[in-house]
Ligand binder design. Structure first.
Ligand code: ADP
Length: 270
């Protein structure tokens, strides 16, 4: 017998009871729908939970050209022969792992419907291309999907019949002290600039109505902190990592730079 090497769970700072709810859903073999804005930690939570529950993780970034075959598998040419290759969903079903469909509303409905039989009491999937082979999901199998409710439109939304097969977990950007801890761990930035950056992030979130479609995410704050660690000044790092992803509009960018400068406590601009 060999001892499997257990991976250490990647750092995840909880903002609410999401770890407990996720674990409860896994134990009860329920699918989970993670809702929340981009860069708020959805993917990190799934990575953390897979390691913590000690199950393999298959992640799929959904897009509009994705078909059911991309999830289930397909025949591929090897030499002169064709060979069946399991898709990520099938792999997770066989191995008892977590299949994570990131940004699931981007996927076409026919691809999403492929998961239905896995999310009810049957926990089975049928591979029509393998002559209708039916696979029973191994005990640890779990389906997790994520989406950003802010991007929903009539055209892009999950069917009610799909949504009702899942347990919903709402995630948001963490409170300032938790976000400070996250940005600190992910970048190693010093306390003063860390405080400035976190306060800047909070200010930008308060001013969301200023014409921005999105607010500064935890991910962009980490990117700014990393650029600062490379020697870039506060304004340059924050403009590149926070302002630029938020807008292309020149006037709005200028306004954002004013806000960035206002939160830079170094002597340069204050
Ligand atoms: P999402 O999937 O919601 O778009 P991610 O999980 O990719 O966001 O988060 C972006 C980055 O922000 C992660 O790589 C991680 O460094 C950091 N992060 C965000 N939230 C958390 C959290 N609660 N705990 C630890 N790291 C986090």
């Amino acid at each position: 017998m060999t001892d499997a090497v257990k991976l250490e769970a990647p750092f995840y700072a909880a903002t609410s009871d999401e770890i407990d709810v996720f674990a409860a859903a896994w134990r009860q073999q329920l699918a989970v729908m993670l809702k929340g804005p981009t860069g708020c930690g959805k993917t990190r939570l799934v990575e953390h939970m897979a390691a913590r529950l000690d199950v393999p993780l298959m992640t799929v970034s959904c897009h509009e050209d994705m078909t059911a075959s991309d999830l289930l598998g397909r025949f591929v040419l090897t030499g002169g022969d064709t060979e069946w290759v399991d898709g990520p969903l099938t792999q997770a079903v066989r191995l008892g792992g977590i299949c994570y469909l990131d940004e699931v509303v981007e996927a076409r409905q026919d691809a999403v419907v492929a998961v239905h039989s896995l999310t009810d009491h049957r926990r089975t999937m049928t591979l029509e291309r393998l002559g209708g082979e039916t696979i029973q999901a191994a005990p640890g199998f779990m389906l997790v999907v994520s989406y950003n409710p802010g991007y929903q439109s009539v055209l892009k939304d999950l069917k009610v019949s799909t949504r009702q097969r899942m347990v919903g977990l709402d995630l948001t950007y963490p409170p300032a002290d938790t976000e400070r801890l996250i940005v600190s761990r992910e970048s190693g930035l010093d306390d003063r600039r860390l405080d400035d950056l976190i306060r800047l992030g909070q200010a930008l979130r308060r001013g969301k109505d200023a014409g921005l479609r999105e607010v500064a995410s935890t991910r962009t704050l980490i990117a700014a902190a990393r650029l600062m660690q490379e020697g870039l000044g506060f304004r340059r790092a924050a403009t590149a990592a926070i302002a630029a992803p938020l807008t292309d509009d020149e006037a709005l960018t200028a306004q954002l730079i004013t806000v960035i400068d206002a939160y830079d406590s170094s002597s340069e601009h204050s």
